[in-house]
Design a protein around this ligand. Structure first.
Ligand code: GLP
Length: 245
């Protein structure tokens, strides 16, 4: 695990965008795994700026997003499909058919999950996976206690996650209780991973991810076992880590 401590959120965002852009520049047909949440918004803004400056071309890139709320339609502004269109896809030249997000309206969720994994496999696997982290250590929507062996699956959201994500909905009652998420196994299959964390609210989860035992009780701790992980933190998110040489 390489840990980079950026001076602030803007620097963290720029560094993440540079890593994503360089992946696409060096391999234009790259398969990117992308994430939602507040944390990657700055990275996406920088990527859009790089695109507008002619630095990076997404015409051959392929994206698989980590997750989608179950029961939420793509045209709902609370959906992760909407979030990705709004923050990234509609501002760059990625082809619509190359953007993949689990279908939150799938009737047969087991089939949807199998097909999602199959699409990732057919695309050649994920070259670079971007992650955020939940305050409880979740990655994607893999909540504490979920098996490390899981591929894409239907998950029950933890009450802390429902509370944290209620800021994106009119009320807590409107937050879906389930989501379709890539599993830990799917995430660990990515060739390279970048995880971003910003703010004091993530400091404990970051500490446990980097310094704690590897345990399903803290899903992000599994990243200690991945050979190519870069963790980019701002000072607040890094505040509980021991000083580094
Ligand atoms: C959601 C997403 C995660 C994300 C997490 C943290 O629950 N499923 O992929 O990492 O929230 O979000 P934020 O960046 O808003 O703190």
């Amino acid at each position: 695990m390489e840990v980079i401590i950026a001076k602030d959120y803007d620097t963290l965002s720029k560094q993440a965008a540079m890593l994503l852009a360089s992946q696409v520049i060096s391999q234009p047909g790259s398969v990117l795994g992308l994430a939602t949440g507040s944390t990657p918004v700055g990275a996406y803004k920088n990527l859009v700026a790089f695109y507008n400056e002619g630095i990076v071309d997404f015409s051959r890139a392929i994206v698989f997003n980590l997750d989608e709320y179950y029961g939420v339609a793509p045209e709902n502004p609370c959906s992760y499909r909407w979030f990705m269109e709004d923050n990234l896809f509609k501002h760059i030249n990625i082809r619509q058919e190359n953007t993949h997000i689990p279908n939150g309206l799938a009737r047969d969720t087991a089939a949807e999950c199998r097909e999602y994994e199959e699409k990732i496999r057919r695309a050649g696997g994920i070259d670079l996976q971007l992650l955020g982290i939940g305050g409880n250590g979740h990655i994607g929507f893999n909540e504490p206690g979920d098996s490390f062996k899981s591929a894409t699956h239907l998950v029950e959201l933890d009450s802390g996650t429902i509370a944290a994500n209620s800021r994106f909905f009119a009320s807590r009652d409107e937050v879906p209780r389930q989501a379709i998420s890539m599993g830990i196994k799917s995430i660990m299959a990515a060739r390279r991973i970048i995880l971003l964390a910003s703010g004091a609210g993530k400091a404990k989860a970051v500490y446990e991810m980097v310094q704690g035992p590897v345990t399903p009780e803290h899903p992000a701790s599994v990243l200690q076992l991945h050979p190519q992980v870069i963790i980019i933190l701002d000072q607040e998110a890094a505040s509980l880590l021991p000083p580094r040489a």
